[in-house]
Design a protein around this ligand. Sequence first.
Ligand SMILES: [Zn+2]
Length: 307
Amino acid sequence: MQQRKVGKYPFSIDVEGAKPIEAVLVVGKTEGKTLVVTAGVHGDEYVAIQAVRELLNELQPQKLRGQIILVPIINKEGFYEGTYLVPEDGENLNRCFPGSKKKSVTWRMAHALERSLYPKADFLLDLHGGSPYETMTPLVFFPVGAGKKVQELTRNAAQKLSLSYMVQSYAKDGLYSWAAQCGVPAVLIERGGGGTWSRVETEACKENIYQIMSFLDIIPYNKQRQIPVEIQDAHYETAVSRGYWYYAKTSGTSFRTGELLGRLEGEDGCVQQEIYAPYNGVILYHTHSLGVTEGMPLMAYGKVCSK
Ligand SMILES: [Zn+2]
């Protein structure tokens, strides 16, 4: 039998016509599953980026079973410029899956990530957070609509995470959601936001990664401070025009059918948009900026699953 080369091995994911994406393969002591952890798809979501940076130093390959592939900052240029977009072409990478070799840089990044990461992954964990204009409740999106097997496995994994909500997702065009469409069990964690990061949130993000590692038998980790509430029928509201945004409910709070959740006003004070609750539910995240442009996210909310 071939000897395992236990250790940490940097490698790069080549992107045609652009800088390669840096990654590290961590090989554990014994055979086991492969977890792929990605951060910085959006360069201004700092909790995840800092968590993976720290984890990379903390992990001791001798104590692991299987493999972990860490991609600390996918959109490195965006990170330094403080934007979620890929500066080279102004695209949102999480709307560019499946990727394409024939389109601009971001699409080629998506293509390269799919080709290099999906075939190796037994599980993929993509780490995000709220935008600088958003307040976010820690949550995990798991795919429903990518087959029963992926759905059950990712639901089981999500239930092991210390965070507030586990949200059923029908998305298809992101790094994790397209992975799920390709049969790779994958989830997306959202933690932090508002263009900030903190010690507490970074530790909480790392704990979530350990919880997934434990779920895959890579390392034992038995603590769980919080059990997520499952959310279905999530709604994502966007601004119909530019204006003044007055949210009436904040991230993490509950509401009842018919309650006003928020109102958008024009400069003249005329109401442009009013959002009323279509059911009893909870706010997942909300935009805290006063000024918003047309098409900007305003809030996301969902319904607590009845078991
Ligand atoms: Zn993001």
